[in-house]
Design a protein around this ligand. Structure first.
Ligand code: COA
Length: 145
């Protein structure tokens, strides 16, 4: 498995995986625009030439937000999400980011377990933050220093 920065050739496969995984997916255009966004850092995991997963982030000043992460169903429970988050943390440290924040659906046990394993700490809760279906978001933070 290879982890590398997102390139233009990855965009359509990422958009497909967004549709598979989320009720409110990012469009292909929005993902493509991140290639030109100096605040963005997106990584992909490639296995046997196929997109296995990706993670996207944006950094403002010294803090970063994880915008999304997904692993294709056939590649789950092999440590790919963990490897993507750790690689992202390394990239963000190199960009002088001191923390990584994210929101996650309160019922998303696989993702919450992943973040707990990687030392994210809950710092808040946003009531009814998500739609389709309506649900609270937990706000988690990981120190990068
Ligand atoms: N149930 C419980 N814990 C889980 C889990 C599951 N189904 N999937 C992952 N975890 C936790 C475990 O602690 C695991 O460590 P372990 O294997 O030593 O037990 C750790 O996460 C790392 O798992 P990993 O194999 O790296 O995760 P993954 O590659 O399967 O990807 C997601 C995890 C959440 C990214 C994947 O399930 C996914 O794409 N879900 C749909 C999209 C999504 O919900 N994204 C998060 C938005 S906030």
């Amino acid at each position: 498995m290879e982890i590398r920065l997102m390139q233009a050739e990855d965009v359509s496969a990422i958009a497909e995986l967004e549709k598979t995984c989320f009720s409110d997916p990012w469009s292909e255009n929005s993902i493509a625009s991140e290639l030109k966004n100096p605040l963005a850092c997106w990584l992909v995991a490639v296995e046997d030439g196929s997109l296995a997963g990706y993670v996207g982030s944006q950094t403002v000043l010294d803090g970063s937000d994880m915008m999304n992460i997904a692993v294709a169903p056939a590649y789950r429970r092999k440590g790919i999400a963990e490897a993507l988050v750790l690689a992202l943390c390394e990239q963000l440290r190199n960009r002088n980011s001191i923390c990584l924040l994210l929101e996650v659906r309160a019922s998303n046990t696989p993702a919450i377990s992943l973040y707990e394993k990687l030392d994210f700490v809950q710092i808040g809760r946003r009531k009814n933050y998500y739609r389709n279906p309506k649900e609270d978001a937990l706000i988690l933070r990981k120190e990068l220093l």
